[in-house]
Design a protein around this ligand. Structure first.
Ligand code: LLP
Length: 421
């Protein structure tokens, strides 16, 4: 459920008509709903009630400072995957003890920065990383808490580009090697094993792969404890999917996911961490865009929008579906016609949808891409020297620009000219 609903024929974000934001900010823009972000965070928090736990928002999904502050105020932890994300989390006021550091390529600088600023744990993804961590922490006179990310070789049944839990993926260490790697970890200075980490992929719409992975983690927990390791924390990753096509998708809810966690690992007495990103931010954000032209092609009609693949890359990159709705509510029974919905970027990949059935639209009409809050603004670029799309946050009946659209001058002035030119 989200807080983007039609009222009196117009699409609102909470109590603000989106057309009002468009008039003030211009299009395209991303808009997020505070109430929806908060609701989604709480669903996870409540799903784990009764177990010691921390919901670490995977901020790669949407990492604007205002979004991080909104979630941090509710007690959220953060899952970060780069020095930049760590800095963002800290800048938003998240204490180090609520930040977990994931990712296969942490550099020495990333590690040193997190050790200096405080960190809940590093989720270690390889033996070489573990050695570097041990070295850097020892040199700083610190002890780094770690989990080791295991790769359970489970098929997440999601898009190949976002599946991470199969043995051919670059993530984690093979679960079969885990006991040997934990033994190695126990012998290294500067690190302390606190648990196990697993994350098998994103946009999972079935609980079965989670169940398979978590059962393997439960079994490993017992084995490692028998080997003498104090496994007290399980980081179960993120990945729960959202409905992108509202009309025919109903993925499992956080409460079902919480029950699954309880059933598979609840008996172990471990503190539970989860790292949801998409489910918190995805349906809490829209991309609003204006129709520039309606163009009649040989055998089809094109809706040419002012948003493009550089603003929302998911359709081009993952063949992702986003519901696209007009800001003015279509009347019941209104005729629908097929459009190819495209952006202005100079490549055919800049296509959001083909043959999409829509009410008839005209130049200057506004449309919204639903489910664009996660992996939308964060994956945007300035390709074609299109300004980075601005972001707006709504709370009740007011809104604020939380990242302004850069001017052309600002964009150009980021370049520097070498002295020989
Ligand atoms: N934890 C780790 C270690 C991850 O790699 C990810 C996502 C998450 C948590 C959060 O997963 P979520 O709950 O959001 O599914 N750009 C792609 C998605 C990439 C996901 C990468 N890792 C997309 O637009 O679909």
């Amino acid at each position: 459920m989200d807080h983007f609903l039609y009222r009196d024929g117009h699409l609102y974000a909470e109590d603000v008509p989106l057309s009002e934001i468009a008039a003030q900010v211009g299009t395209p823009f991303y808009v997020y709903s505070t109430a929806t972000l908060e609701r989604h965070y709480r669903l996870f928090d409540e799903a784990l009630e009764g177990m010691e736990h921390l919901v670490c928002y995977a901020m790669k999904a949407a990492s604007n400072q205002a979004i991080l502050k909104t979630l941090a105020a509710l007690g959220a932890g953060m899952d970060v995957v780069s020095g930049g994300e760590y800095a963002r989390a800290k800048a938003a006021g998240v204490p180090g003890e609520r930040i977990v550091f994931s990712g296969v390529g942490k550099t020495r600088d990333d590690i040193a920065m997190a050790l200096a600023g405080g960190i809940r744990q590093f989720n270690v993804e390889s033996e070489p990383e573990m050695l570097v961590l041990s070295e850097v922490a020892s040199a700083m006179g610190k002890v780094a808490p770690i989990t080791i990310r295991v790769n359970p070789d489970v098929d997440a049944k999601t898009h190949a580009k976002i599946a991470t839990g199969k043995s051919e993926n670059k993530f984690g260490i093979p679960i079969a090697k885990a006991r040997a790697v934990y033994a190695q970890a126990a012998a290294l200075p500067g690190i302390e094993v606190v648990g196990i980490d697993v994350h098998i992929g994103s946009q999972l719409t079935d609980l079965a792969p989670f169940e398979a992975a978590y059962l393997k983690v439960a079994e490993l927990t017992e084995l490692l404890r028998a080997d003498g390791h104090a496994i007290r924390r399980l980081d179960l990753g993120g990945g729960l999917g959202i409905p992108y096509a509202r009309s025919n998708e109903a993925p499992p809810l956080p409460t079902d996911y919480g029950k699954l966690i309880r059933r598979t690992v609840g008996h172990l007495g471990c503190e539970i961490e989860i790292e949801p990103g998409r489910l918190i931010a995805g349906n809490a954000g829209l991309l609003v865009s204006e129709v520039i032209y309606v163009k009649q092609g040989e055998d089809r009609e094109f809706l040419i929008l002012d948003a493009a693949m550089n603003d929302l890359i998911r359709p081009a990159m993952y063949d992702a579906w986003h519901d696209i709705v007009p800001l003015v509510e279509p009347e019941a029974g209104q005729e629908r016609v097929p459009y190819d919905i495209v952006g202005p970027v100079c490549e055919s990949g800049d296509t959001f949808a083909k043959g999409r059935m829509m009410p008839r639209l005209q130049a200057n009409d506004l449309v919204a891409f639903r489910s664009a809050g996660a992996y939308g603004a964060v994956m945007a670029s300035e390709y074609n020297t299109r300004p980075l799309v601005p972001e707006v946050l709504v709370k009740d009946d007011h809104f604020a620009v939380i990242r302004a659209r850069p001017s052309f001058d600002e964009m150009i002035s980021r370049d520097t000219i070498p002295e020989w030119l």
